[in-house]
Design a protein around this ligand. Structure first.
Ligand code: BGC
Length: 583
């Protein structure tokens, strides 16, 4: 059993509500969500139980990667509003004792940023070294090649050739997203000052995008060839968690964030082992407050890539939950608890069930799972009403995100352009494509779900299931998923000793059917304990885990628990929480 023993902090108990701005509320009827739309929903967000908004990028951007390609860190994309409206959002949140966290995308930027334009203009431009410029390589055949064999995260080479100066620049995502060279002191100072610009306006924290890609191996060596059939290979060994990573983060923390008491959560890709993760988040090291380690949202990513097939099994969740709930306390780190974000499909469809018969049960089960774990809790807008992925019958024409589309195009080409052979690819896209996490928020049953006027064409398709699954339908229904989430969040805060700061013990063998995820939480200060039992299945399951201890039923997603012959019966997607106070 592991005790968190962690010191108490408001940000640890907070519920963070992620808003993908294009998809939340469109107040000016141009098909895009905007800042005034968010302002109009602050009271709703607070009433759902959230304390903090994490806003995905709203900075000026050509939107080649939905704002993760920033062309000016100090201004707002007019699609989303203005600086003055950002100030109003911040003030509106602070007035209600809430906070705003922004997305900090500083591993890379847009090629339309003036810094990059200057850097590109000549080899001796003072900003040349703010990016990674390298000479071409030439094969024996005299053909020009990229400086190394790294593959971009979105496919193809990670290098883009620039005729003007006959050099390549590094762009680990899209060619229009050049990577910044953090080894350059002036560049780092310029970024620090852009961050302070927001802190001075009252922003309270940041989610640091692609955080551990900020330091690359100095020599940018070729990646090992793991897939000989491919021209480009994953260079993560050389570009993730590089040699100066901890130095940059410590510098940011002490020189930029700490003077403002700003809180940070870093996106940590590729680095998975506990010892390496610990270095980022152990309190004494003063780097980031917490991390998105990705494991749980990546659980069903296949062996060779995100879109190769791997079916979810509750055993995976058991192992990973155990891993992080027990690991963080050992090095005085802190978890983030999340299942959804804008980079994948919705957890309800992937790990729960969106079958109408079970959907509400599964959504409530996931709320119990999240609300009974230690860590700062992150909800993606819509999760609180049980939003799901686009339905299976909706074809590829509805998927517009660059990651999924590039994948589809590449495989289609390999298969000779034969659309009839793409069934397996569509299956994986229907589960994991980023489009699902970006669907317009479902406010009502009206055309366009109340996200925008019914006569406007939204920037992306609205899920047809909004007719039944929307805020309006759930707001006054005590049995709704939304009401259940509110209660789960309130209970978590009420019994913070156990659910936020308590000890954790996983039961690795919980039921013959192996569909139950069960764990015990205990208070470090009192003799109180809670037992959580979650049946991740549309089949009934049973368990004897209650044993001889006196457990009092605290909460569940069925009217009351069911027992048979000394065993507890868990019905499809049933979730139960028991409580015990010894002594
Ligand atoms: C963001 C993605 C984005 C990528 C490149 C991330 O990990 O979450 O949405 O496409 O960084 O900026």
């Amino acid at each position: 059993m592991t005790a968190t023993g962690a010191d108490r902090q408001p940000w640890k108990e907070a519920v963070v509500y992620q808003i993908y701005p294009a998809s939340f509320v469109d107040s000016n009827c141009d098909g895009w969500g905007d800042i005034p739309g968010i302002i109009s929903k602050i009271d709703y967000i607070k009433s759902a139980g959230a304390d903090i908004i994490w806003l995905s990028p709203v900075y000026d951007s050509p939107q080649k990667d939905m704002g993760y390609d920033i062309s000016d860190y100090r201004s707002i994309d007019p699609r989303y509003g203005s600086l003055e409206e950002m100030d109003r959002l911040i003030a509106g949140l602070h007035l209600r004792d809430m906070k705003l966290w922004m997305d900090l995308v500083v591993n890379h930027m847009s090629d339309q940023h003036t810094w990059f334009k200057e850097s590109r203009s000549s080899k001796d431009n003072p900003r040349r070294d703010w990016y990674f410029w390298r000479d071409p390589k030439y094969g024996v055949d005299g053909v020009r090649k990229s400086p190394n064999n790294w593959r971009s995260v979105f496919g193809g080479s990670a290098w883009t050739y620039d005729e003007w100066t006959d050099q390549y620049y590094l762009a680990l995502f899209l060619p229009s997203q050049p990577d910044l060279n953090w080894a350059n002191d002036d560049m780092r100072q310029a970024i620090h000052s852009d961050i302070r610009f927001w802190l001075d306006r009252g922003v309270n924290g940041f989610r640091i995008d692609s955080m551990n890609l900020m330091s690359k191996h100095e020599d940018l060596p070729d990646a090992d060839i793991l897939d000989p059939a491919e021209e480009y290979q994953s260079g993560e060994k050389w570009f993730a968690s590089g040699p100066r990573m901890h130095e940059y983060l410590h510098e940011l923390r002490t020189q930029v964030f700490d003077p403002y008491n700003a809180v940070t959560v870093g996106e940590l890709g590729f680095t998975k082992d506990v010892e390496s993760v610990a270095k980022y988040v152990a309190k004494s090291r003063q780097e980031v407050n917490m991390l998105f380690t990705g494991d749980i949202v990546d659980m069903d990513f296949g062996h060779s890539s995100k879109y190769s097939r791997k079916d979810f099994h509750p055993g995976m969740l058991r192992l990973l939950t155990h891993k992080w709930q027990t690991a963080m306390p050992t090095f005085d780190g802190w978890n983030s608890v999340y299942l959804d974000n804008h980079d994948s499909g919705r957890s309800l469809t992937r790990y729960g069930s969106d079958d109408p018969k079970y959907r509400a049960f599964a959504a409530k089960l996931l709320s119990i799972y999240m609300c009974t774990l230690s860590g700062t809790l992150f909800l993606l807008a819509g999760q609180e009403i049980g939003m799901a992925n686009l339905p299976r019958e909706m074809g590829i024409e509805h998927y517009i995100d660059v990651e999924g589309r590039n994948h589809y195009k590449r495989v289609l080409k390999e298969r000779g352009g034969d659309e009839s052979k793409m069934g397996d690819v569509l299956r994986e896209l229907q589960l994991k494509a980023r489009d699902h996490g970006r669907l317009p928020m479902q406010w009502s049953a009206q055309t366009n779900a109340g996200f925008t006027n019914s006569d406007v064409k939204p920037w992306m398709v609205v899920n047809p299931d909004h007719v039944a699954w929307n805020v309006e339908a759930q707001q006054n229904d005590p049995d709704s998923v939304l009401s259940f989430w509110k209660e789960s969040l309130a209970l978590r805060k009420k019994i913070a000793d156990i659910f936020i700061y308590g000890t954790f013990e996983m039961f690795h063998e919980s039921s013959p059917q192996d569909t139950i995820v069960a764990y015990k939480r205990g208070s470090c200060r009192t003799e109180e304990e809670a037992l959580v039992l979650l049946n991740f299945s549309s089949q009934e399951s049973q368990t004897t885990l209650l044993g001889n201890q006196t457990w009092n039923y605290l909460r569940g997603n069925y009217p009351s628990p069911q027992t048979r012959g000394g065993s507890l019966i868990l019905r499809p997607w049933e979730a139960l929480v028991y409580y015990s106070k010894e002594g």
